[in-house]
Ligand binder design. Structure first.
Ligand SMILES: C[S@@+](CC[C@H](N)C(=O)[O-])C[C@H]1O[C@@H](n2cnc3c(N)ncnc32)[C@H](O)[C@@H]1O
Length: 279
């Protein structure tokens, strides 16, 4: 069944370089992923839930959007393992005076008050758990008797070639580039629907439904090199690269994204699962 990651590799990444990269690019990422935030807000408002937990909330854009949509009738809390992400989330919530609250902790093990949320949601924050069954069981305990889960996760790398364009282009230039491991914690950790369903069943969730959603996302062409070289395995490998290698990788990565460029914009289709379940 679900592979348990023995090391805390993902936690280390998010508390370190990946967290820094996301905070630096927060505005760009939030604009690019806005369609998913809109989907979640719409889905959550439709359920009538009042107490919502945002799992792996990052810098908190979705947490704040849900808090605004719920208004004074509701409450939205974001949890994230990365201190720099949570610092940014608190700062941004302070700036726009939203009532969202944030916890810096591992959602897999955090001692939530039992039955304290009507709905647990996530935009790409539930694929990184070292032990996914333990994590989803812990989240389930945080849910009230009839609580719902509503989480967006990536489908396979094959269905999302945009997401692996940079590493395919950079591979010949970066011998230390880490290969993606199927079913391991990471961006595509819940891509396999059968595995995702089994993890949720084993952790006690019922009425499990994984629905494919294909969402067009855009970002400015001017941000493409930064985007392609900052995140994922390329971002990690480039930390140790010299200036000449960095320049060669940037050029190869930019060229590889050509098929997605339309004038001043870059457009790609994000192929994901909308995962729903009931406590
Ligand atoms: C791909 S980012 C998504 C962030 C945010 N949901 C968004 O859409 O902007 C994944 C987030 O999950 C967080 N994360 C990873 N493992 C976690 C864990 N065990 N507990 C809580 N958060 C975790 C990371 O720190 C990161 O902020």
């Amino acid at each position: 069944m679900a592979a348990i990651q023995r090391s805390d590799e993902q936690a280390k990444l998010w508390k370190g370089s990946a967290g820094c990269a996301w905070v630096e690019a927060q505005e760009l990422l939030d604009r690019t992923l806005q369609p998913f935030e809109d989907l979640l807000v719409e889905a959550i408002v439709a359920t009538g839930a009042r107490r919502v937990l945002d799992v792996g909330c990052g810098t908190g854009s979705t947490t704040r959007a849900v808090a605004r949509a719920l208004g004074a009738q509701g409450h939205c809390v974001g949890i994230d393992i990365s201190e720099q992400m949570i610092d940014a989330a608190r700062r941004l919530a302070g700036q726009d005076r939203t009532s969202a609250e944030f916890i810096c902790a591992d959602a897999q093990t955090h001692a939530f008050q039992p039955a304290s949320f009507d709905l647990l949601m996530s935009r790409f924050g539930t694929m990184f758990f070292a032990d996914p069954v333990a994590a989803f069981a812990n989240l389930r305990r945080a849910g009230s008797a009839d609580a719902a889960l509503c989480s967006i996760v990536w489908r396979s790398p094959e269905e999302n070639p945009f997401m692996t364009t940079a590493e395919r282009a950079a591979a010949p230039l970066l011998p230390n580039l880490q290969a993606r491991r199927a079913d391991a914690p990471g961006q595509f950790g819940l891509a396999d629907a059968r595995r995702g369903r089994a993890i949720l069943e084993e952790s006690g969730w019922t009425e499990i439904d994984l629905r494919p959603i294909d969402v067009v996302c855009t970002l400015p062409e001017s941000e493409l090199i930064g985007y392609g070289t900052r995140f994922g395995p390329v971002g990690v490998a480039l930390r140790e690269a010299d200036a000449q290698t960095r320049a060669r990788v940037a050029s190869a990565v930019r060229a590889a994204f050509d098929p997605y460029v339309q004038g001043a914009d870059v457009r790609f289709t994000a192929c994901c699962w909308m995962v729903r379940a009931r406590r």
